[in-house]
Design a protein around this ligand. Structure first.
Ligand code: SF4
Length: 810
């Protein structure tokens, strides 16, 4: 038969019809299905009853409601909950891949272990919990017996204000060490800003859903900033409203957020404070500020005279004199017209809000920059109003009871903190982990004998050029409570592995940036799979074995959670019912939230155990501040009372070049680096993406497969370079280069893109692991290893966004 088009189609149709009629192919398929079931490497789906557990994800401070589908006792899928107020239905890629963190044995610890190989090699042997607890409690008891409890240091990555943090801090105090050190985060800087300008150490609280103009100083809204599930949902709402909501992104790289924003401004990195003040200048000089808010609720705006008759400069004169669009244009590299246009738009919007915290906000920000951004919110009077920022109090959880300390603890607590946080040099900062590394690396004797590391992986995540890891080599005994085989636990002598988040009860306390107070409990979705223990329980057990039991009267961690939750009930506030057709942000706008909708503590507690959230109304409409003046302070009385006595030299030691009244107000301090810019003429800037975890929790291995070929190819990662800069070095796409800073070097390949600022190099965070399994280990380079962070003026925290580097073509 001649095979023309018609005959071909006929034979195809005949073939298909024949397959439908003959039983042979169906039989073959059935046989092969039965046969392949016996292959040991083919995953066999579980059989059994289908159930679903409502819980809350605690992989990041985002607090998304999740629903975990189970077949028999195996969790098979994680989805977002539509009946939870934070993230109506959506979750991020890390949350979606959470099952890999539960079931992948090669990235988690299955038993308590002690080190048997060289430090850092990750060679351990299994021991019993009894032995593990006795090794550690003997060590702590010995330190206390010797009268040196301060030689115990603790690094804690749990969220500030969480019960876990409170319990760990209590253990440190009961033992007698002041060296309880927190991992840095955007929220630390925000809390300091609030403390200095509003008098409340309130958590970050932004009414994103009701705003109509977002001025974002580098916040990675689409990269996982704040509470990612909630922010992504807010983004959807803004886009639904079309041109009624405007998003302006300020950063030097065309991130996802910048690319999808309505406007993208790219100032020189590190000059954002100057830009905020330039915008303030236009708002003030053109009379666009909220006069009612400024007159009634602000302090330090106009020049003023103190009780001793001295005349002081106010914020208005500061920005008028020093931050004209022309002056700011020279600092930031932006056009004057751009600064003026943004200022006018921002001030004339109905509900504008300025937000800060670069990238995901996993790291700290610059304190003066945050203050400058907060000053913009005050200028437009959008504080405690729908669409603005809220000055919320911390959650009314019960404080743990006071302790009557023994003499050993009382003496130990009088010794100076190793990180010098709270000292004259760093008066407003709670913790400075970099100072701890420095003290250990530069000291001649071992100031830290035993280090406990909780919920953090500082060896990988700190932007310190490897300083923390170097310090670990000098610490005689390190204990990790990580559930994961991460870089820091590899350096440990003892591993007391926590459960993975789906195996334990824990809490979500005020998801980062959420505009209303919220509390929820995560559920143990499955029984613990291995011989791990909840770290909260372990601390209580450890206290009992170390002679500190009188300070820990609880039977287990859940008992502590219940104790603290009573404070929520006692506050007389809080809602437990939530209807997804009435989102909380809408009720805030209409000021319709009831005070409370439950009557007994048990009713509230049972609701929490069943996966409901406790939430409450923010302070809408009420404007009250806890500062000395009772107002929003452009000139901070707290700063004046502390720094007002400092000499010029002392201020310089804090990195502050400004003098006089300017010191107490938001202002721009040019970044100074100890590296010679001539030798290191380029600038390294790390960036974050939503499909790669770069904090304590590892990326579920499947996420590596979602990376583009110009981010990771086989084992090599890429650095983004503008073609203009590349041509200066004669670089082509894909070339291999060595990026070198005073702290270290890394080999990467070149990705040419017009979407980044010339003179800068951009590297993704989250790659370059040296631990975990074959899917995460050895993939790409970690920029944190070459960041030689300087100190942020005033706060003393890391300046991780500007590292001088040079490159060499290989
Ligand atoms: S955003 Fe955070 S809390 Fe939400 S699913 Fe992702 S990791 Fe979990």
């Amino acid at each position: 038969m001649k095979l023309n088009r018609r005959n071909f189609i006929l034979s195809l149709v005949g073939g298909i019809a024949g397959i439908q009629v003959t039983p042979l192919p169906w039989k073959l398929m059935d046989d092969s299905a039965i046969w392949t079931q016996n292959w040991p490497w083919v995953p066999v789906p579980p059989t059994g009853e289908f159930t679903s557990v409502k819980s809350v994800c605690s992989l990041c401070p985002g607090g998304c409601g999740i629903k975990v589908r189970k077949v028999d006792n195996r969790a098979v899928k994680i989805e977002g909950r539509t009946d939870f107020p934070v993230n109506p239905g959506g979750i991020c890629p890390v949350g979606m891949g959470g099952l890999q963190l539960l079931y992948d044995e090669s990235i988690r610890y299955l038993e308590p272990m002690k080190r048997v190989g060289p430090r850092g090699a990750g060679v351990f042997e299994n021991i019993s919990w009894k032995e593990a607890l006795s090794i550690l409690s003997n060590r702590i008891s010995a330190l206390r017996k010797k009268g040196t409890p301060e030689a115990l240091a603790i690094v804690d990555g749990n969220k500030n204000d969480s019960t876990m943090s409170a319990l760990i801090k209590r253990f440190a105090t009961a033992a007698g060490t002041p060296n309880y050190i927190r991992m840095p985060s955007m929220e630390d800087t925000y809390k300091m800003t609030s403390y200095l300008m509003t008098g409340n150490s309130s958590p970050m609280s932004v009414d994103l859903e009701n705003t109509n103009y977002i001025l974002s100083f580098g916040c990675g809204l689409l990269e996982g900033w704040g509470a990612p599930g909630r922010v992504l949902n807010a983004w959807g709402l803004w886009k639904e409203r079309g041109n009624k909501v405007k998003i302006v992104q300020i950063e030097s790289r065309a991130s996802n957020t910048a690319s999808k924003a309505d406007k993208w401004l790219a100032p020189v990195p590190g000059t954002e404070a100057a830009l905020a003040l330039g915008i303030a200048n236009v708002i003030i000089n053109q009379g666009l500020f909220d006069t009612s808010f400024i007159d009634r609720h602000s302090y330090g705006f106009e020049d003023w005279t103190s009780e001793d008759g001295t005349r002081h400069m106010g914020f208005k004169r500061l920005v008028t004199d020093k931050y004209s669009p022309r002056q700011v244009s020279k600092i930031t590299g932006l056009k004057e017209s751009q600064i003026v246009a943004i200022a006018k738009e921002f001030a004339s919007a109905k509900a504008p809000v300025a937000i800060c915290g670069k990238g995901k906000g996993n790291n700290n920000g610059s304190l003066y920059e945050f203050m400058a951004v907060q000053a913009l919110n005050a200028l437009v009077g959008n504080i405690n109003k729908p669409g603005g920022i809220f000055v919320n109090n911390t959650l009314p959880l019960s404080n743990l009871p006071d302790m009557k300390l023994d003499s050993i603890a009382a003496r130990g607590l009088k010794t100076s903190r190793i990180d010098r946080a709270g000292s004259k040099l760093f008066p407003f900062t709670e913790s400075l982990i970099d100072n701890m590394s420095r003290a250990i690396n530069e000291g001649d004797k071992n100031t830290v004998d035993t280090l406990l590391v909780f919920a953090s992986n500082p060896v990988f995540t700190l932007p310190d050029g490897g300083a923390f890891k170097k310090a670990l080599n000098k610490i005689p005994f390190i204990v990790s409570f990580s559930p994961y085989r991460d870089e820091t636990s590899y350096m440990a002598d003892l591993i007391l592995p926590d459960h993975v988040y789906l195996e334990k009860r824990d809490e979500v306390v005020c998801p980062t940036g959420l505009q209303y107070p919220l509390y929820a409990l995560s559920q143990p979705v499955v029984e613990p799979l291995y011989n791990t223990r909840h770290t909260g329980d372990v601390i209580i057990q450890l206290a009992k074995r170390s002679g500190l039991q009188r300070h820990f009267p609880w039977s287990d961690y859940e008992d502590v959670l219940k104790f603290r939750a009573r404070g929520l009930f006692d506050s007389g506030r809080g809602l437990m019912t939530y209807k997804n057709n009435k989102p909380v942000w809408q009720q805030i706008k209409q000021n319709r939230l009831a005070a409370s909708d439950y009557s007994t503590f048990n009713q509230m507690w049972e609701g929490l155990l069943a996966g409901k959230a406790w939430y409450s109304l923010p302070h809408t409409g009420k404007v009250s501040f806890s500062t000395k003046s009772g107002k929003f302070e452009f000139a901070s009385s707290k700063m004046k009372s502390v720094l007002g006595t400092y000499s010029k030299g002392s201020l310089k030691a804090m990195g502050i070049e400004a003098e006089g009244d300017e010191v107490f107000m938001p202002h721009y301090e040019q970044l100074r680096s100890s590296a010679n810019r001539h030798d290191y003429p380029l600038r390294l800037i790390p960036y974050e993406i939503i499909n790669l975890a770069d904090n304590f929790v590892p990326s579920p291995p499947f996420l590596t497969k979602t990376l583009f070929d110009n981010q990771l190819r086989k084992k090599e990662s890429f650095i983004e370079i503008n073609p203009k800069t590349a041509s200066d070095y004669n670089l082509q796409e894909g070339d291999r280069i060595l990026v070198e800073s005073p702290a270290g070097k890394a080999m990467v390949r070149v990705c040419l893109t017009e979407e980044v600022m010339p003179g800068n190099l951009y590297m993704p965070l989250g790659l370059g692991h040296t631990a975990y399994d074959e899917f995460l280990r050895g993939k790409g380079a970690n920029p944190n290893q070459i960041i030689s962070a300087e100190k942020d003026p005033l706060s003393g925290q890391f300046v991780w966004w500007d590292t001088p580097v040079k490159i060499v073509k290989i």
